[in-house]
Design a protein around this ligand. Structure first.
Ligand SMILES: *Cc1c(COP(=O)(O)O)cnc(C)c1O
Length: 372
């Protein structure tokens, strides 16, 4: 499809960064430094400084970041982890793969875990709360932290969509035992392929994840346990190190785009995300998600006009009959799945493209009114 406005435009990004990225690829290839080399170390140091978190461990995906953080925290068979169904399937898959069970709670108007429902979901088997900071906005972390403290639970953050986002001045990933991030190309900082990392202030957890990602090898002579192969490629780290220099600027552009959408769409019968603010919540708008009473109509109209929009997600995970989670009652999650549309948002989007999206959505509603 030849989109007028793509959902994200990675080709435009490469055009801007081409000399820098090609230089790094050549350098890494020339030195043949591929596995756990300097670029990975440099990435880990830079990211730790940016997040103001002590340890960062580069991994091969956000999925493995979640899985290894859960493993390193000692979560396993017999345990329960409280999380949400309004998320990408990896959040739940990784809990299942440790042998633990997810307990699903509903979300609030910000698409994030409704902290008011958490206490009721705690059982004697509950070990951890796993909040998902969706669309670049953090969960209500003060409330979740005090609940975790009161009931002696761990907090493991799914921050795959929240790199750079903050709550009360503290960045995503810094609130609990570990923060799990993705460097998938669709995220706000992405590799040329898969990548991810864990951020943690806990030295033991950091050491454990460093071993888990590399077959449990302390040294070639000393293997601590059976681990995994989950390392961030050095080539990917070199590419990320280039893009990392732009992250703050890119976040700023996303927030400006969100402001323009909010202004341009404010008079339409839509529910919009909260505007960017510098108060408690610093949102990074990794996605810009609106709610419409006519999801199907608006979605197909925008696609017909060559605007690439998505529905994240058309069927909630507890409604996927093969996953065996149907016992949970999550009315908001179900309602939102019938209303949400994700609009294009990315650093290279032009003012003309933003206006075209606003104009097209406005046009859709004007036509609808006429045909009434
Ligand atoms: C992308 C994403 C993941 C998984 O990250 P990968 O790098 O694709 O494995 C997990 N949770 C959420 C909320 C995500 O958006």
């Amino acid at each position: 499809m030849n989109w007028k406005v793509a959902f994200i435009d990675l080709k435009a990004q490469f055009k801007n960064l081409r000399p820098e990225i090609l230089h790094q690829i050549k350098r890494v290839m020339k030195n043949a430094s591929f596995i756990l080399r300097n670029d990975v170390r440099k990435f880990e140091e830079n990211m730790a400084a940016f997040l103001d978190i002590k340890h960062v461990i580069g991994l091969n995906s956000g999925t493995d970041a979640l899985f290894l953080a859960l493993k390193a925290s000692g979560i396993g068979p017999g345990d329960e982890v409280i999380t949400v169904a309004h998320t990408f399937v990896a959040t739940l898959a990784t809990i299942i793969h440790t042998g633990a069970k997810p307990t699903l709670v509903d979300v609030d108007e910000n698409f994030n875990m409704d902290w008011r429902l958490v206490e009721k979901a705690i059982s004697h088997k509950t070990k951890a709360i796993l909040p998902v900071h969706l669309n670049g906005r953090l969960c209500q972390m003060d409330k979740l932290k005090s609940l975790a403290k009161k009931h002696k639970l761990l907090i493991i953050e799914d921050a795959a969509q929240a790199l750079g986002a903050a709550f009360k001045g503290k960045r995503a990933g810094a609130f609990g035992t570990a923060g799990c991030f993705s460097l998938h190309p669709m995220k706000n900082l992405g590799c040329a392929g898969d990548g991810g990392f864990v951020a943690t202030n806990d030295k033991k957890i950091a050491q454990s994840i460093r071993l888990l990602r590399n077959h449990g090898q302390r040294t070639k002579e000393d293997i601590a346990f059976f681990g995994y192969n989950s390392r961030l490629d050095n080539l990917q780290a070199a590419i990320i190190n280039v893009k990392f220099g732009y992250l703050k600027k890119w976040i700023d552009k996303r927030r400006k785009t969100a402001t323009l959408y909010n202004q341009g769409l404010k008079d339409l019968p839509l529910i919009l995300p909260r505007p960017p603010s510098n108060e408690d919540f610093f949102d990074v708008f990794s996605s810009y998600v609106i709610r419409s009473p006519d999801q199907a109509g608006l979605f197909s109209y925008l696609r017909k006009k060559r605007i690439e929009v998505f529905i994240h997600w058309p069927k909630p995970l507890h409604r996927q009959k093969n996953l065996g989670l149907k016992k949970f009652y999550l009315p908001k999650t179900e309602q939102f799945s019938k209303e949400v549309i994700s609009l294009p948002i990315y650093p290279e989007i032009t003012a003309g493209q933003i206006n075209f999206v606003i104009k097209t959505i406005t046009e859709f509603h004007r036509r609808k009114n006429k045909s009434k």
